[in-house]
Design a protein around this ligand. Structure first.
Ligand SMILES: [Zn+2]
Length: 311
């Protein structure tokens, strides 16, 4: 898949947009925009534009310009995969640049409601709750609290699948069934160990359950492995993945979880667990000594979520 990405990057470089964003055509009507905070998925068609993750607030003008170059049609939906600022920061500018499909008031000939002049922002219910605790606007306008929200737009089924208690309590996957692309949000971050936000309802068990679900949704390029086809999985951050990448990541996270659990069963304290380096073997690829998400913070989050399970 990385080889494919390199080719895509080379092809796209010829028509590079005048900003730091990269725009990759991953399927005939599906694009991924990188460099705007989180990875952004863009589905195009007759109905308009469906955007998965809005990117950061600062990047929104460039993201909008990039989308305009892909399609003259309005943005019809913004789907948030989670509550973090680099995913929801652009909600408001993107929704304002869009327009609700079949805004009800127009049909009745009345004055349009303000909300009909915006594209809906769809998320799991928890995203709204987390955003309201630090109000900056751009809140989701359409939330759901069940496991699956389905839509049919631009000639394909779109399933928005809630993953309870993974990175947070309000992560979703957006699965575009005909394009065969899953936008996975922060459950998958190929740059580092997954961010488990225990304070916002995340847990290591839910993270592994979500990665298992993602591996089930994706189909690998078999039996013709040389085609580099198969389901494309777009992580919250990092390079595009296929099913094998998801399985590798899931196995890595599971191994670290098992090591931490064994140490806890042996009565080790959090300091002793960290000192035992349960992420050994993966620190070179996924570890961070500094920055926002260090290896120590990951181990602490695993420890805290396992400690919660004890009777
Ligand atoms: Zn993120």
């Amino acid at each position: 898949m990385r080889q494919l990405l390199t080719i895509l990057l080379a092809v796209q470089a010829a028509a590079a947009p005048p900003s730091s964003l990269e725009v990759l055509e991953v399927r005939p009507s599906f694009y991924v925009i990188t460099g705007a905070g989180a990875n952004i998925g863009v589905q195009l068609g007759e109905d308009g534009v469906v955007v998965v993750d809005a990117g950061s607030f600062a990047a929104a003008p460039d993201v909008l310009a990039a989308i305009r170059r892909l399609s003259p049609k309005p943005i019809r939906y913004v789907i948030d995969t989670g509550p973090d600022a680099d995913h929801v920061g652009g909600n408001e500018p993107l929704a304002k640049a869009g327009e609700k499909l079949f805004g009800g008031s127009f049909l009745g000939g009345g004055t349009p409601n303000a909300v009909d002049l915006l594209a809906p922002v769809l998320s799991a219910e928890g995203v709204l709750r987390h955003m309201k605790s630090s109000p900056t606007g751009g809140w989701p306008t359409e939330v759901f609290h069940y496991s699956r929200k389905a839509m049919y737009l631009n000639g394909e089924a779109i399933e928005v699948l809630h993953q309870p208690a993974a990175h947070t309590d309000s992560d979703v996957f957006a699965f575009f069934r005909r394009s065969d692309v899953v936008v996975a949000g922060d459950v998958l971050d190929t740059r580092q160990f997954p961010v488990i936000d225990v304070d916002r309802g995340g847990s290591i068990q839910g993270e592994i359950a979500a990665l298992n679900r993602l591996a089930e949704l994706a189909v690998p390029s078999v039996p013709v492995v040389t085609r580099e086809a198969g389901t494309i999985v777009v992580p919250g951050h990092g390079h595009l993945c296929d099913q094998y990448d998801v399985i590798d990541y899931r196995d890595m996270v599971t191994i670290v979880r098992d090591r931490v659990r064994d140490l806890m069963k042996a009565g080790r304290s959090i300091a002793e667990v960290k000192a035992a380096q349960p992420a050994k073997g993966y620190m070179g690829r996924y570890g961070n000594a500094g920055g926002a998400w260090t290896t120590d913070r990951f181990i602490e989050a695993v420890y805290r979520s396992l400690a919660k399970e004890k009777p």
